[in-house]
Design a protein around this ligand. Sequence first.
Ligand code: SAH
Length: 386
Amino acid sequence: MTLPVITVQPKGVGRLRAGHPWVYRSDLASDGAPAGLVALADERGRELGTALYSPHSEIRVRRLAPPGVTVDTAWWHGMLTAALARRAGIADSGYRVVHAEGDGLPSLVVDRYGDIAVAQLLSAGLEAVRDDVLAAIRDVLRPAGLLLRNDPPVRERERLPRETTLAFGDVPEHAPFTEGRLTLAAVPWTGQKTGTFLDQRENHERVGRLARGRCLDAFCYHGGFALQLAAGGADSVTALDTSVEALDVLEAAAGRNGLGGLAAVEANAFDWLREAAAGRTRYDVVVVDPPAFAREKAAVARALAGYKELNLRAMQLLAPGGHLFTASCSYHVHRGEFFAMLADAAADSGRRMQLVSIHGASADHPELLTVPETGYLKAALLRAAD
Ligand code: SAH
């Protein structure tokens, strides 16, 4: 099969050579093809490999493979197999199998929750080869059911419908999976992302190992941190979220795992933390894991002000020697800005805050050094020295 040829200008060629698979519309010399696979060439006609092409997106081209490699059913199968093999050491049964560009499969996300899988096809080019992608997932993962959570807003930039559909098999409303010693449940049809937050998987267990005394999980969602803290031996855990549905999932998990001492509280964490900081109760472990405050560059300054307020209050709430695990999943807030904000909050909190360790997303969300978009989660473990 001969593929349509798309010609890339020198700037775009430079990006590809630097290890980034995207070419923007403005960096193409010849444009226009149906959504799907294309062959890339430079202006002298030299081959640059095979890519996904999206006719309506600013990100027109996403390179899949170098010259000489045929992207066919066997190729997808091989890439899925390799991605799964990289996760071979994971003991948990809920994890990300394909982290898009991070696994060399631009615009594809595949998560596994026990015996079911949830995928996201996030570009028009990928949609056009859907049959090969779904066949590879079916053959390599052999899930009892595959749900397509093709509802994220980025699909609009590709002029694709936002929809949640069952590709095959059965996918229940609550899909059980294990995380460390706990059995949790994702909510694949309606939960955030593909049903829960797998990117904090390793951090949940890391924080659980610090459990003692009185603990607080602000922005808890399904309670990934709160449940590990309770399982780790905390005397009490307070978990805050504005979503009642999320708190219900947390309480069901606490019951299923026989965990007591957990209070799931519907509250705005900003207000709750401010009021608590003014009171007397102090906490041995505090987790602050808010949603992305900056969804675009222009929102970074406001986002940093929000993060600072939360972290300042959280620091004030710590008992002497207490730990704060703090995270930001805003891609536009870069690591340097995140740590500068934490220093600022520490200065204003009146506490002497030690940086114990720096963290990111779990290893099943691999970040490619040449594709900064693959890394968005920044986290730090801090300790109040006095
Ligand atoms: N810590 C979770 C993920 C948190 S996602 C985990 O590890 O799985 C962010 C959560 O913040 C969502 O559940 C959302 O409902 C909640 N949220 C958003 N704004 C909030 C606010 N002002 N106060 C409390 N929770 C909020």
